[in-house]
Design a protein around this ligand. Structure first.
Ligand SMILES: C[S@@+](CC[C@H](N)C(=O)[O-])C[C@H]1O[C@@H](n2cnc3c(N)ncnc32)[C@H](O)[C@@H]1O
Length: 295
């Protein structure tokens, strides 16, 4: 991540997520501690990190606060690095950085999968760039979602309840890799999953939408080549997942490094493949019908 950040001596750097203080020490070494601001939401962790940094001979500014709003008093920055992940690039980070500044942050959709993105800010406040690899950071505290409980969709004891049953040749095991989850998550942004485990490696994969309209299950059993699917509600969530997987497969199963992201900050962002003019598709989603299940 520090390679991607490409810090130069004298750059002003904002780090979000001080944690132990280790990365802040590296940054202090690289650009001079007077140029480093590091923000930590946890007061006790910040105090411990400050003490550790001081003991190592560094005195960067350690701020206790919510890093999703940046730290305006230390701006403008040449480089911003987040060491906790986001689903939304905060507009404050862009607003507190120079044009030409670089943001390096772990980014991931609600479904799962996450990569480190390297964004360069242009004169108009647009941040754009490629992913440089996969990552698995804790989510920034303010961007953690309280996902609706399963019982808001269906009582699991009544499975398959009113669902339509079908089978598929796509194994739930083939859609569980981090990059596959990422590719699915960027195409179906309101999808999330839970797994319930059975015996001898069997499991049931539950799919839900954050709007609480629909659910689906896919049952994995060892040594099977077809898998039972149940889908209920106005959307067919397994079909949406399968379409998203098929797109990724048809693109030669791209790795994180072929994906990129464009945003001006806030929830609107475009994830693209190879070039900004080639956005990942977002399958059309039917409007939930009034009184839809669980709404
Ligand atoms: C993976 S750790 C960071 C590691 C750290 N850079 C180091 O060198 O040890 C993530 C940190 O982000 C902090 N964090 C989570 N949400 C935050 C937020 N909104 N603002 C600032 N820090 C946050 C957590 O408390 C945790 O200490």
């Amino acid at each position: 991540m520090l390679d991607a950040l490409d810090v130069r001596s004298g750059h002003r750097v904002l780090e979000i997520g001080t944690g132990t203080g280790w990365n802040a020490a590296l940054l202090s070494h690289l650009v001079g501690d007077e140029n480093v601001v590091t923000v930590e939401v946890d007061k006790a962790l910040a105090a411990e990190a400050r003490a550790r940094l001081n003991a190592a001979g560094y005195t960067p500014r350690v701020v206790v606060g919510d890093g999703t709003i940046g730290y305006g008093k230390g701006s403008p920055y040449d480089r911003i690095i987040a060491t906790a992940s986001v689903q939304v690039i905060p507009s404050q980070w862009i607003g507190q950085a120079h044009p030409g500044a670089v943001i390096v942050a772990p980014w991931g959709p609600a479904y799962g999968g996450e990569g480190v993105v390297r964004l360069v800010i242009d004169e108009t406040g647009r941040a754009e760039g490629r992913f440089v690899g996969s990552s698995a950071f804790m989510r920034m505290r303010q961007q953690r979602r309280r996902l609706p409980v399963t019982e808001r969709f269906v009582d699991p004891q009544t499975w398959p309840a009113e669902a339509d049953l079908s089978t598929t040749g796509l194994s739930p095991d083939d859609v569980g890799d981090w990059i596959v989850m990422f590719a699915i998550g960027v195409q179906v942004p309101d999808l999330f999953l839970r797994i319930t485990y059975g015996e001898e490696g069997a499991y049931r994969m539950w799919l839900f939408d954050t709007g609480v309209t629909s659910w689906a299950t896919a049952d994995y059993l060892k040594s099977r080549t077809t898998f039972q699917i149940a889908q209920a509600g106005p959307r067919r969530l397994w079909d949406e997942l399968e379409a998203a997987y098929s797109w990724w497969e048809a693109q030669d199963k791209p790795s994180f490094e072929r994906f990129g992201l464009t945003t001006r900050g806030g929830p609107v962002c475009k994830v693209w493949l190879d070039a900004p003019d080639n956005p990942a598709p977002t399958p059309s989603v039917e409007e939930p019908s009034p009184g839809a299940h669980g709404s």
